[in-house]
Design a protein around this ligand. Structure first.
Ligand code: GAR
Length: 222
């Protein structure tokens, strides 16, 4: 780094996954840029067979499974997760296809420091099978949302959204594929906003710095 250049400490991020890990891969790739405001310091999976674990290790990120099936209840699993995150000095948690519901204590402990990506334009289509839900509802626009995690499932202050058209002839798989392209683009942009200070929580909403608001148009194009 040139002498006199400003240095800003990168936010230490953990990514929690349950499966494939395409959003995790997009976050890891984005964080390789020198000027990205977050460093991916840890990947944890609740399923030892999660394919994303192999991809994280291949990218040189410390990654391991904490198998939820080996814990007697939700609270003890969450306590193990919490201990691992704290031991690694994690400041912000990104859920990327993490398909476990947390105990209220875990959500409270990470309140304001945990974000999630959900495959719908929240508050529409919470839960699972969001693409089938969108097709059944007959909406013409669908998409994805990055939001802060709160006790209510698939709710919480919204950081960023991307929309895609629903096309005649779409089935859940074709729609999911179109949304996933946007997810993989949206999540790194949203994490940059949160970790870089462009977006911050103010009560129940996310507020943006004027620089971030100007850049925001690029996040919403169809
Ligand atoms: C993504 O579509 C993500 O939005 C969804 O799981 C998929 C994980 O894919 N998450 C949820 O449904 C959470 N409610 P990935 O493993 O390839 O990132």
């Amino acid at each position: 780094m040139a002498s006199g250049a400003k240095t800003r400490t990168k936010t230490r991020v953990a990514i929690l996954i349950s499966g494939r890990g395409s959003n995790m891969v997009s976050l890891i790739a984005a964080a390789e840029a020198a000027d990205y405001p977050a460093a991916i310091a840890l990947v944890l999976a609740n399923r030892p067979e999660a394919p994303g674990l192999v991809l994280a290790k291949a990218a040189g990120i410390p990654a391991r499974a904490i198998d939820h099936k080996t814990f007697p209840d939700r609270e003890t699993f969450d306590a193990a997760l919490d201990a691992e995150l704290r031991a690694a000095g994690i400041e912000l948690v990104c859920l990327a296809g993490f398909m476990r519901i947390f105990s209220s204590g875990f959500v409270a402990a990470w309140a304001g420091r945990m974000i999630n990506i959900h495959p719908s334009l929240l508050p529409l289509f919470k839960g699972t099978h969001t693409h089938a839900q969108a097709l059944a509802a007959g909406v013409r626009l669908h998409g994805c949302t990055v939001h802060y995690v709160v006790p209510e499932l698939d709710a919480g202050p919204i950081v960023a959204q991307a929309a895609v058209p629903v096309r005649p002839g779409d089935d859940p798989a074709s729609l999911a594929a179109r949304v996933l392209v946007q997810e993989n683009r949206l999540y790194p942009a949203a994490l940059a906003l949160v970790a870089g200070g462009g977006a911050r929580l103010e009560g129940e909403r996310v507020v943006f710095t004027s620089d971030a608001a100007q850049a925001d148009g690029a996040l919403r194009s169809l």
